[in-house]
Design a protein around this ligand. Structure first.
Ligand code: ADP
Ligand code: 5GP
Length: 204
């Protein structure tokens, strides 16, 4: 079934909740395209240019905002993060599903412009568990962990505006739910609109 647009999957949750851990094997398994964002933050050890992010200067980021090259963007913890518009639009037009791992501010910008998108929020079982994971990952210092924890409450409060909330308690169970949600979203009526029209009216 190629005569339909790809599904836009908006995927959020507080830093350290396990978004990357849960989604990593599903990207290939479910044939999704991971949208590589732009950011002005510095790479963490092991992060490769163009793979986890396109790391850019603030001037370059601002130039892209002014040119309308970003689908959405937000400032998170002193840095800018944004989604490149053209890559996402082209991939969707090719019928491939695109996953955006973005913060709650960016997600809310897309709520109105993409009515057929699915919005998924990953929730920690508790704030204590979130702190353990964020600190345990060891990629940020104590101050940065504290800053990210301070954002987490506000982010969790925004989960009510999402379509689905996956509680990441046990990885395999949470991942199975995530898989089920993505597969079901692929056949939701708003996403099937174009296909239904083509069945009724055929190709132009
Ligand atoms: P995010 O992408 O949301 O910032 P990560 O995927 O990097 O988070 O996960 C943060 C840390 O938590 C990692 O060290 C990961 O191994 C761990 N983690 C992820 N899911 C779980 C879980 N269900 N239980 C315990 N630890 C987890
Ligand atoms: P990190 O610094 O941990 O990689 O990301 C910090 C936050 O920025 C996370 O919530 C992450 O999902 C979010 N983020 C990553 N890319 C984008 C993006 O393109 N747009 C927005 N709005 N947020 C993003």
């Amino acid at each position: 079934m190629t005569n339909k647009e790809g599904l836009l999957i908006v995927y959020s949750g507080p830093s350290g909740v396990g978004k990357g851990t849960l989604i990593a094997p599903l990207i290939e398994e479910l044939g999704m395209t991971f949208s590589v964002s732009l950011t002005t933050r510095s790479p963490r050890p092991g992060e490769e240019q163009g793979k986890s992010y396109h790391f850019v200067s603030q001037a370059e980021f601002e130039r892209m905002v002014d040119a309308g090259d970003l689908l959405e963007y937000a400032r998170y913890n002193q840095n800018y993060y944004g989604t490149p518009r053209r890559a996402v639009e082209q991939t969707l037009q090719q019928g491939r599903d695109v996953l955006l791992e973005i913060d709650v501010q960016g997600a809310m910008q897309l709520r109105r412009s993409f009515p057929a998108a699915v919005f998924i929020f990953v929730m920690p079982p508790s704030l204590e568990a979130l702190w353990d994971r964020l600190a345990g990952r060891g990629t940020e210092g104590a101050e940065e962990v504290a800053r990210r924890m301070a954002f987490a409450k506000g982010e969790i409060a925004m989960s009510q505006y999402y379509d689905f909330i996956i509680v990441n308690d046990q990885i395999e169970r949470a991942r199975a739910q995530l898989r089920a949600v993505i597969e079901a979203s692929r056949v939701r009526a708003p996403h099937m609109k174009k296909f239904v029209e083509e069945v009724l009216h055929g190709h132009a």
